[in-house]
Design a protein around this ligand. Structure first.
Ligand SMILES: Cc1cc2nc3c(=O)[nH]c(=O)nc-3n(C[C@H](O)[C@H](O)[C@H](O)COP(=O)(O)OP(=O)(O)OC[C@H]3O[C@@H](n4cnc5c(N)ncnc54)[C@H](O)[C@@H]3O)c2cc1C
Length: 510
C-alpha cells in the first residue's frame, strides 16, 4: 500500500518528533486488510529507526498495538487507520513516544487518578468526522493510565461484529464489553460519564459571580467574552460547550469567514473564551434559577448551587426530531435541519422538506431556488403555513406538495438516498428518491427548566426586550432560547454581546 506523497511528507515530519522508541505489535493474517495494514506499518517503520515492529497475537486479526519499549499501553487499532483516523494514528505514535497530549493539567490529573480497570472499544468508520475525537480522547486516557485500554475497530473490516452488536451509527463505544456511549464526545464528557467529573462541593464553594452565563454556544461564549472584558467576575456553565454548532458541518454565512466547520468554530469559541479569566464549568446542566436576597441562585443537575449578581441565559434550542429510522444515522449525511445553512450543499439535487408549517414552507421556497426539485411532505390534509407563503409556494414550478404523508423512514447507505412515507388517505406506502431531507417541524427552546420562573411565550421562548432583559431584574437572555425572530450564529453572538453589556450596565446602576 503506497501512501500519497503529500501524506508521506507530512508523516515524515511528524515522525521526526518522536521522543522515544516505540514498539508496534502486529497481529496479521493472509487476508487483504492484513496485507494493507502490514504495508502501512512497514512504511512507518521505514521512515524512522524509533519504530520497532514485532509479531503478536492480539484479540483481533488484523490489528496492531502501539506500545512503549517493555510496556504495553493498551492502544490497539483493529483495521487500517487511514481516512479520518489517520490523525488518530499519528497522535497515538507521538503520545506513546512521550510527547504530552494537548489537554489541561486538571484533566490529566483526573485521568491518572482512575483506579478502575476500563477496557474501551470504539467502532468507527474511516469516513466519520465525529469518530476521531472519541478515538483520540480514549487513546490519551490509555497513554496516561495503565488501567485503561482502548481499541479502535473499523466497522467495515469487522462487519460481523458490528452486525451482531446491531451497531447502526458511529462512533459507538463499548466499555468492558457493554454499550457505553455513541456519538461525538469530548474527553471531559467521557470522564463525566465515568463519574470523574467536577465535584459538587468544588462548584458550590465558588465565590459569587458578577455575571454567570448559562449556555456555551455562540450566544453564551460571546456574552462571557464581553463580560470578562469589563473586568468583572464571569463564569459560564454549559451542558456541552459549543452548542448546536458542534452538530453543524459547513458554515458559510458567518460573516468574514468564508467557510468553516462547526466543530472548528466551536474550538475557536472555546479558545477565545479561554483568553480571558472566565470560569468555564463544562458538562454541567442548570435545572433551577431563583432570585434570593438580591443574588441569583442557579441550581445544577448535580445539586451544586452557584450564586451570581446577574445571570445571562443562553441555553439555545434544539431541532425537533421526527424520530423515524434513518434520522439519526444520516444526520449531516443528507438529513439536515437548516435550509439557510445546508441548502447550497444540495444545489441541483432533489430534496424533501418535512413539515408544512411556516418554517417548512419557507424552507421549501428557499430551497426551490437552489436545488433541482423539492417535495414538501405534510402529515395533515392541508398546509398550516400562512396563506401568502402557500401562494408563493404554489407558483414555484419545481415544488411538489404531498399532504396526508406520514414519514416512515429516511433511507440510505452511507448517505441519504430517499424517504418512505405512508399515504394516510389510502394506507399505501410510497418511496421517493432524494439526496437530502430537511426536517422542519420546529425548534424547541431549551427552557423547560425555566417554566414558572421567567416569562416565556407560547412556544417556550424567553421574552426579552431590546437590552436582552427578562422578566426578572438582573436576569438577561440571548440567542436561540429567546423570542428573537431568527436563529443564526451571528445573531446569537450579537445578542450575547447585548446581554453582557446590559448586565454590566445593571451592575453599575445597582
Ligand atoms: C445542523 C445545524 C446547522 C446550522 N447551520 C448554521 C449555519 O450554517 N449558520 C448559522 O448562522 N447558523 C446555523 N445553525 C443555527 C445556529 O447553530 C444557532 O443559531 C446557534 O448555535 C445558536 O446559538 P446559541 O448560543 O443561542 O444556542 P446553542 O448553540 O443551542 O447553545 C446552547 C448552549 O446551552 C447549553 N445548554 C442547554 N441547556 C442547558 C442547561 N439547562 N444548562 C446548561 N447549559 C445548557 C448547550 O449545551 C449549549 O452549550 C445551524 C443549526 C443546526 C442545528
Amino acid at each position: 500500500m503506497a501512501l500519497d506523497a503529500d501524506i508521506k511528507a507530512q508523516l515524515n515530519q511528524y515522525l521526526q518528533l518522536l521522543e522515544n522508541d516505540i514498539v508496534i505489535k502486529v497481529s496479521a493474517g493472509t487476508d487483504e486488510v492484513s496485507k494493507e495494514m502490514l504495508a502501512l506499518i512497514d512504511e512507518l517503520a521505514s521512515m524512522t529507526p524509533k519504530i520497532k515492529v514485532e509479531k503478536a497475537e492480539l484479540k483481533r486479526t488484523p490489528s496492531f498495538s502501539v506500545n512503549r519499549v517493555g510496556e504495553d499501553t493498551g492502544i490497539v487499532f483493529a483495521g487500517v487507520p487511514l481516512g479520518h483516523e489517520f490523525t488518530s494514528l499519528v497522535l497515538a505514535l507521538l503520545q506513546v513516544s512521550g510527547r504530552p497530549p494537548k489537554v489541561d493539567q486538571k484533566i490529566i490529573d483526573q485521568i491518572k487518578s482512575i483506579k478502575e480497570e476500563y477496557h474501551f472499544e470504539t467502532y468507527v468508520s474511516l469516513t466519520c468526522h465525529n469518530c476521531p475525537d472519541v478515538v483520540q480522547a480514549l487513546n490519551i486516557m490509555s497513554v496516561l493510565n495503565p488501567n485503561i485500554t482502548h481499541t479502535m475497530i473499523d466497522g467495515a473490516v469487522y462487519k460481523e461484529e458490528v452486525e451482531s452488536k446491531n451497531i447502526l451509527a458511529v462512533p459507538t463505544v463499548y466499555l468492558n464489553g457493554e454499550p457505553f456511549a455513541s456519538g461525538r464526545m469530548q474527553i471531559e464528557e467521557i470522564l463525566d460519564k465515568l463519574g470523574q467529573g467536577a465535584a459538587v462541593e468544588e462548584l458550590s464553594n465558588k465565590e459569587p459571580f458578577d455575571v454567570l452565563v448559562i449556555g456555551g454556544g455562540p450566544a453564551g461564549a460571546s456574552a462571557a467574552i464581553y463580560a470578562a472584558r469589563k473586568g468583572i467576575r464571569t463564569g459560564i456553565v454549559a451542558e456541552r460547550f459549543g452548542g448546536q454548532i458542534l452538530d453543524t458541518l459547513t458554515i458559510e454565512n458567518f460573516i468574514s469567514v468564508k467557510e468553516t466547520e462547526g466543530p472548528k468554530l466551536a474550538k475557536a469559541l472555546e479558545e477565545h473564551v479561554k483568553e480571558y479569566p472566565v470560569d468555564i464549568m463544562n458538562l454541567q446542566r442548570a435545572k433551577h434559577l431563583e432570585k434570593k436576597d438580591g443574588m441569583i441562585e442557579v441550581e445544577l443537575e448535580n445539586g451544586a448551587v452557584l450564586k451570581s449578581k446577574t445571570v445571562i441565559v443562553a441555553t439555545g434550542a434544539r431541532w425537533r426530531n421526527i424520530n423515524v429510522p434513518g434520522e439519526q444515522e444520516f444526520k449531516n449525511k443528507g438529513v439536515a435541519y437548516c435550509p439557510h445553512c445546508d441548502g447550497p450543499l444540495f444545489a441541483g439535487k432533489d430534496v424533501a422538506v418535512i413539515g408544512g408549517g411556516n418554517s417548512g414552507v419557507e424552507a421549501a421556497i428557499d430551497l426551490a431556488g437552489i436545488v433541482n426539485h423539492v417535495t414538501l411532505l405534510e402529515f395533515n390534509d392541508h398546509l398550516k403555513a400562512d396563506e401568502i407563503l402557500q401562494e408563493r409556494l404554489n407558483k414555484l414550478p419545481n415544488v411538489t406538495v404531498i399532504t396526508n404523508a406520514a414519514t416512515k423512514e429516511i433511507t440510505g447507505t452511507d448517505k441519504v438516498n430517499g424517504l418512505t412515507y405512508v399515504d394516510r388517505a389510502t394506507g399505501e406506502e410510497k418511496h421517493i428518491e432524494l439526496a437530502g431531507v430537511f426536517v422542519q417541524i420546529g425548534l424547541v427552546p431549551n427552557t423547560e427548566w425555566l417554566r414558572g420562573t421567567l416569562e416565556l411565550n407560547q412556544i417556550g421562548e424567553i421574552i426579552v426586550d431590546k437590552k436582552g432583559a427578562t422578566s426578572i431584574p438582573g436576569v438577561f437572555a440571548a440567542g436561540d432560547c429567546t423570542d428573537s425572530p431568527y436563529n443564526q450564529i451571528i445573531i446569537s453572538m450579537g445578542s450575547g454581546a447585548i446581554a453582557a453589556l446590559s448586565a454590566f450596565d445593571y451592575l453599575i446602576r445597582n
